[in-house]
Design a protein around this ligand. Structure first.
Ligand SMILES: NC(=O)c1ccc[n+]([C@@H]2O[C@H](COP(=O)([O-])OP(=O)(O)OC[C@H]3O[C@@H](n4cnc5c(N)ncnc54)[C@H](O)[C@@H]3O)[C@@H](O)[C@H]2O)c1
Length: 440
């Protein structure tokens, strides 16, 4: 089966490599020439565990190709997947210009029945805009070529993207015809041979499912952050509360971890976009608005705790462990680290950072506003405080002796609740975390 995927970012590249691994012939297309050139030379531009090998293997097997345009590809494929970005517009709505530009290219190029599958996260109603853009291009050409659209939102998680794509909990597909259904069924069957959980539905429901899923997950995080903040004020321990409620099967234990706020390329923008979709229809999404407000406040919580513990931050040296918005990725889009670093610098502190993978990404984003350490312990040298912002495995069991020796001060602010308060107390640290006792 031959397919093209337009947009070779986190979603497009992972999907393309995984479809190729299952035997499909896949062309990944991107307008970024450097990216395509690098991929042709076997250089994977993002960090995602296992992706390098997967890409290399399928390129050498001749099933995965990279192109800068659909021109020479379109006649050979059964479906074109659109996996370009949908960043937030100034008003919070999803910017659909990249998706519609791909739709127009599709309309300009197709010569036979073709299926346009939207994998990008797009608001309800986008399929109609895509259809109109394609039809407009066909009309301009004066041709009448049959085409269809489908919606196939992606649920992979950065850091575990290949596993998620290869063995998904479910695949959601919005279609309008048996013909489109058959194409999509054939493509996904290898992933779900043992447990074929493809949920076919109408296109608006598929589009909405993605936003509802991300909003629900963001809601659980903000909910737990509120409970954690109240735990601190009341003397309860949020870890106990989390276990207490997570063991209720109606609630379940996942996504109940409080911390320093969610970030990444998806939750922040999708939460904004669903609020805007409600607003556009005169409906106030009150719960989701609160979810966003709580998250914005939570991103400052590590800074607030540092300020409480150190008093005046001017001239203080603060080490930051972890820059990526979560472990196992180099993605810093909307990462809490960016907020904490900005606030520390505004307050006059010197910030020294270390992240196992996201150092280059941080340099690209904020340049020399911070000092870059060569390793996690070097970041601590002469620091008054350390803030843990991403729970990378290598940060979980540090040598507290080395930490003590390197630091000038003794303040540790744990934005992800990964350390044991009693152990830190024994090592004579002033330890602050989220939703457990303020200081030990
Ligand atoms: N990153 C995730 O974890 C994730 C998970 C699920 C869904 N999504 C959604 O998938 C979509 C893509 O996200 P991403 O993180 O992969 O984005 P990304 O920014 O990593 O990649 C998008 C790619 O599209 C390319 N592009 C833009 N316009 C193009 C055009 N006209 N033709 C060809 N290429 C073009 C860009 O150069 C870029 O390489 C978004 O809608 C996002 O919300 C992302």
């Amino acid at each position: 089966m031959n397919i093209a995927i337009v947009g070779t970012g986190y979603v497009g590249l992972v999907s393309g490599a995984c479809f190729a691994e299952m035997g499909a012939d896949v062309v990944c297309v991107d307008i970024d020439k450097n990216k395509i050139e690098a991929l042709r030379q076997g250089k994977v531009p993002i960090y995602e565990p296992g992706l390098d090998d997967l890409v290399r293997r399928n390129v050498s097997a001749g099933r995965l190709h990279f192109e800068i345009s659909l021109d020479n590809v379109i006649d050979d494929v059964e479906a074109v997947f659109c996996a370009v970005g949908t960043p937030p517009d100034e008003d919070g709505s999803a910017d659909l210009s990249y998706v519609l530009s791909v739709a127009r290219t599709f309309g300009r190029l197709i010569n036979k029945y073709s299926l346009f599958v939207t994998k990008s996260t797009v608001p309800v109603g986008t399929a109609e805009l895509v259809k109109a853009a394609i039809a407009d291009e066909l009309e301009k050409r004066g041709v009448d070529i049959p085409f269809e659209v489908a919606s196939n939102p992606e649920f992979l998680k950065e850091g575990a993207a290949i596993k998620d794509f290869m063995s998904p909990d479910r695949v959601v597909i919005g279609i309008e015809s048996e013909r489109a259904r058959r194409v999509m069924e054939r493509l996904y069957r290898p992933f779900l041979l043992n447990n074929f959980r493809v949920l076919f539905m109408d296109i608006p429901s598929a589009e909405m499912t993605k936003y509802a899923a991300n909003s629900m997950l963001a809601t659980r995080i903000s909910f737990m952050n509120e409970i954690a903040n109240l735990c601190e004020l009341t003397g309860a321990d949020v870890n106990m509360v989390r276990k207490g409620i997570g063991s209720d099967v109606r609630i379940g234990g996942k996504f109940l971890y409080p911390g320093c706020g969610y970030g990444g390329s998806c939750f922040p923008k999708d939460v904004k976009a669903i609020i805007k979709a409600g607003e556009d229809r005169g409906y106030d999404m009150r719960i989701i608005r609160a979810v966003e407000e709580v998250n914005e406040r939570q991103k400052s919580i590590v800074f607030d705790k540092l300020a409480d513990a150190l008093g005046n931050l001017k001239g203080r040296r603060v080490a930051v462990w972890g820059l990526a918005f979560k472990p196992e990725t180099d993605d810093m889009r909307c990462a809490p680290s960016l907020v904490v670093i900005d606030k520390l610098i505004d307050a006059g502190a010197t910030v020294v950072v270390y992240d196992p993978i996201a150092m280059d990404e941080c340099r690209r984003r904020i340049g020399d506003k911070v000092i870059y350490a060569a390793d996690m312990y070097e970041a601590l040298v002469d620091a008054d405080a350390m803030a843990l912002l991403t729970e990378w495995k290598q940060f979980r069991l540090p040598s507290w002796k080395l930490v003590r020796r390197a630091m000038k001060g003794n303040v540790i602010v744990d934005g992800r609740n990964i350390y044991d308060p009693s152990e830190l107390a024994e090592e004579k640290f002033t330890y602050c975390c989220i939703g457990r006792k303020r200081q030990v």
